[in-house]
Design a protein around this ligand. Structure first.
Ligand code: NAD
Length: 264
């Protein structure tokens, strides 16, 4: 334990269970002295998240479904009443119909396109807008993205399009809120075994391809993505905003596998 985040308070959105990326980030923040509030989506997840929140000394646990903007407003009203100000927000929320996370992107329906965009992209903008007035001493927001935004990954489909929009919104929000000392960044994580990760068609194949072809020849850990979150939410990254920070064992830099690996 040290005092990197001592005296800093923030909101963690997107913990479903102890495999969640948001939980990996929360643990690192707690280890470095931050005070945390959590949101959960629905009572079933609430039961899972409660003991996790308690284990890091959090007593602020609030329901929030980003499709219902009233619940988002209520979260920030609770934070205003409880804490007055906040220093950081973690947005680790995404959703798309599982039936459209396989096959062709071209088969995406209008209804699921809109729903995917609202939950996985626009919610971050709505959250930033509500968090900014509470960040009276400056602040830092992060969201989670994936490299399927810039390169075509089989089955990632509409989620890749939503992540591209999310990454662009990171840059626009960084420009909007920079003058107030509020930083906005994204972590582009390599494939991880989470509930959301399991929704992508052939997730296992993505996982083992990463292990075989990323420069580090392995997937990333929850601790590693948590460490990147800690960096981006702490003063250590004070000069960094509008950035898409890859935590992917270097996978994104590779254009083609080594010829000897192809022959296997
Ligand atoms: P996860 O299933 O643990 O977390 C996803 C979270 O999104 C859940 O807590 C769920 O409750 C929440 N959510 C979905 N719809 C919501 C709604 N309408 N309102 C409120 N919350 C809602 O999975 P994860 O992998 O930890 O996902 C977190 C983020 O990381 C997502 O944005 C995901 O796209 C991103 N990401 C995941 C991977 C991976 O391989 N798992 C890789 C890169 C990026």
């Amino acid at each position: 334990t040290n005092s990197l985040m001592a005296g800093r308070r923030g909101l963690i959105m997107g913990v479903a269970n102890d495999h969640s990326i948001a939980w990996g980030i929360a643990q690192q923040l707690h280890r470095h002295g931050a005070e945390l509030a959590f949101t959960y989506q629905g009572e079933a997840f609430g039961k899972r998240v409660k003991p996790l929140a308690e284990s890091v000394g959090s007593s602020m646990l609030l329901p929030c479904d980003v499709e219902d903007i009233g619940t988002v407003d209520a979260v920030f009203e609770e934070l205003r009443k409880g804490w007055g100000s906040i220093d950081f927000v973690v947005h680790a929320i995404a959703f798309s119909d599982k039936n459209e996370l396989k096959g062709k992107y071209a088969d995406t329906t209008r209804e699921n396109f809109i729903r995917t965009m609202v939950i996985s992209c626009f919610s971050f903008t709505e959250i930033a807008k509500r968090a900014a007035p509470l960040m009276t001493n400056g602040g830092s927001l992060i969201t989670l993205t994936y490299g399927g935004s810039v390169r075509v990954m089989p089955n990632y489909n509409v989620m890749g399009v939503a992540k591209a929009a999310l990454e662009s919104s990171v840059r626009y929000l960084a420009a909007d809120y920079g003058p107030q000392g509020i930083r906005v960044n994204a972590i582009s994580a390599g494939p991880m075994r989470t509930l959301a990760g399991a929704g992508i068609g052939d997730a296992r194949a993505m996982f083992s391809y990463q292990q075989d072809h990323a420069p580090l020849r392995r997937t990333i850990t929850l601790e590693e993505v948590g460490g990147a979150g800690l960096y981006l939410l702490s003063p250590l990254s004070g000069g960094v905003t509008g950035e898409i920070h890859y935590v992917d064992s270097g996978y994104n830099i590779i254009s083609m596998p080594r010829p000897e690996d192809l022959k296997q």
